[in-house]
Design a protein around this ligand. Structure first.
Ligand code: ATP
Ligand code: MG
Ligand code: MG
Ligand code: MG
Length: 470
């Protein structure tokens, strides 16, 4: 049965309410945790409870948590299932229910409530977790040959080298052979989209000490996470998350802005997926108080905006367009995420301003690049110097990929090794001078936007460095 993502989100939360969990609202994308740049999973806001630093008010909790994962940025649009911003449906037990409860519940939710076909499902367990295997086999009735044992890297979770940790068990949905990468080794655990990891159940049952010894925790915890976008793609029987009702209107908007049609060319499809993902993520970051900058979360925001623009250019969108997409983000996500509506003015202003800055950068950089190219070509050169590519990047914020692309159009290759060397030299310098640069970055053009609220910002005097990030 087709169900909207909104319906699935609500079904999940109310299912776990039936199981005694208390529904909490999503926490901010910016965690109250100096070790993390972003909330990368549903458990992040609850870390103090898992670590035993604080006592929870409830021992059973459920959330739909806003997450950002930058490690997946290059996967976005290339796999069916990775986003920078996504929603993680989760449920948590702080020393309350454990494996014997959560495993059958997860199965009940997916097969009975949502209607996923049991004969398409597999589960993974940690290599020596016989307890989980026996629950999957005896309480749920999964045949042994559908339970796959995996190693530490995939199926053992730890918050750090010491502290609470434990095995996990992932629920996999076989999308069918047409999704396979075709490699002879393709099977459960393959990186391709055939065996889609839908839900990860973490059984936090040990404490690891400095020597690496595991001792059972007196109070065992549960932490689970399921991507709403992936769940929706399975339930809605579409090929990728981008064709679910959570994304399709964004994709259609990006397509109409670029005058392309979805499904007609892989290159354009990638571009509209990246644009949809990144503009959505950028809007949520600004709603949670992040402003573009050259470090930390602000740097990631800047990178998302610039990548969206760069992919826009690949489908022929040369002027500003982010403002056109924001109403679609609001319409799709404003319920339940009212912060998008509350901070609408700031979101529009900040993204529009950053977009304008980058478009001017691109203009200046392109002119210089074209000049340099004709000079080199006149001299019979076929390699574009890495140092020049670096200067374009460093001085004008001109992304390396774009330099490489434009050079390729002129039949030239960029010396990427020399570019990397120049980058490394600059990183060295930044490290030694880092105290200075963070002080300089305190006041930026964006703090003015916030200070002025709805009034229009004029002028660009800023001491902010323009080094770039795409
Ligand atoms: P994958 O192997 O597909 O990259 P993961 O093992 O890194 O996923 P977990 O850390 O186990 O993911 O997170 C729990 C769940 O969150 C996953 O099972 C998946 O449903 C979802 N998820 C993880 N990363 C992303 C992402 N980048 N975009 C959307 N959903 C995600
Ligand atoms: Mg991953
Ligand atoms: Mg995985
Ligand atoms: Mg996982």
């Amino acid at each position: 049965k087709w169900r909207s993502a909104a319906e699935l989100r609500e079904m999940f939360l109310s299912f776990f309410e039936e199981k005694g969990c208390v529904r909490y609202p999503s926490a901010s994308l910016i965690p109250d945790d100096p070790t993390l740049l972003f909330t990368i999973a549903g458990m992040v806001p609850f870390k103090p409870y898992f670590l035993g630093l604080k006592l929870p008010s409830h021992t059973r909790v459920t959330t739909a948590q806003k997450c950002i994962r930058t490690n997946d940025i290059d996967n976005v649009g290339r796999t069916a299932r990775h986003h920078t911003f996504f929603e993680m449906l989760g449920n948590f037990s702080f020393g309350d229910y454990f494996k014997a409860e959560i495993i059958p519940w997860a199965w009940e939710f997916l097969t009975q409530r949502v209607g996923m076909e049991p004969d398409r499902m597999y589960v993974t367990i940690y290599r020596d977790d016989d307890e989980a295997e026996s629950i999957w086999m005896n309480s749920v009735g999964i045949p042994k040959d559908r339970i796959i044992r995996m190693g530490e890297e995939d199926n053992f979770w730890a918050a750090g080298p010491v502290g609470p940790c434990g095995p996990c068990s992932e629920i996999i949905y076989d999308q069918g052979p047409e999704f396979s990468c075709g490699k002879p080794t393709c099977g459960v655990g393959c990186d391709c989209d055939r065996y889609l990891e839908v839900w990860n159940l973490v059984f936090m049952q040990y404490n690891r000490d400095e020597a690496g010894n595991l001792t059972p925790l007196p109070k065992k915890n549960i932490d689970t996470g399921m991507g709403l976008e992936r769940l929706a793609s399975v339930v809605q029987r579409v090929k990728t998350d981008f064709e679910t009702d959570l994304f399709r209107p964004l994709i259609d908007k990006a397509c109409s802005l670029g005058g392309v049609s979805y499904g007609a060319s892989p290159k354009a499809d990638l571009a509209v997926r990246v644009i949809s993902d990144h503009v959505r993520a950028a809007a949520f970051l600004v709603a949670d108080g992040v402003l573009p900058s050259n470090e930390g979360a602000g740097y990631v925001l800047r990178r998302l905006i610039r990548r969206a623009i760069r992919f826009g250019r690949l489908i022929g969108i040369d002027g500003p367009f982010i403002k056109e997409i924001l109403p679609v983000v609001e319409q799709l996500m404003g319920d339940p995420y009212t912060e998008l509506l509350e901070h609408r003015a700031t979101i529009y202003q900040v993204l529009d301003l950053e977009e304008g800055r980058f478009l001017r950068t691109l203009e200046q950089g392109s002119a210089l690049l074209e000049e340099e190219l004709s000079r080199l070509k006149a001299g019979g050169e076929t390699v574009f110097p890495g140092q020049t590519a670096f200067e374009l990047y460093d001085t004008y914020g001109f992304p390396f990929e774009l330099t490489a692309e434009i050079c390729a159009e002129h039949g030239m290759k960029v010396d990427s090794t020399a570019f990397e060397e120049a980058m490394e030299r600059q990183r060295e310098m930044a490290r030694s001078g880092s105290k200075h640069s963070s002080a300089v970055l305190k006041r930026t053009v964006y703090s003015d936007v916030l200070a002025h609220g709805k009034t229009v910002f004029v002028g660009y005097e800023t001491e902010e460095a323009e080094s770039s990030v795409v």
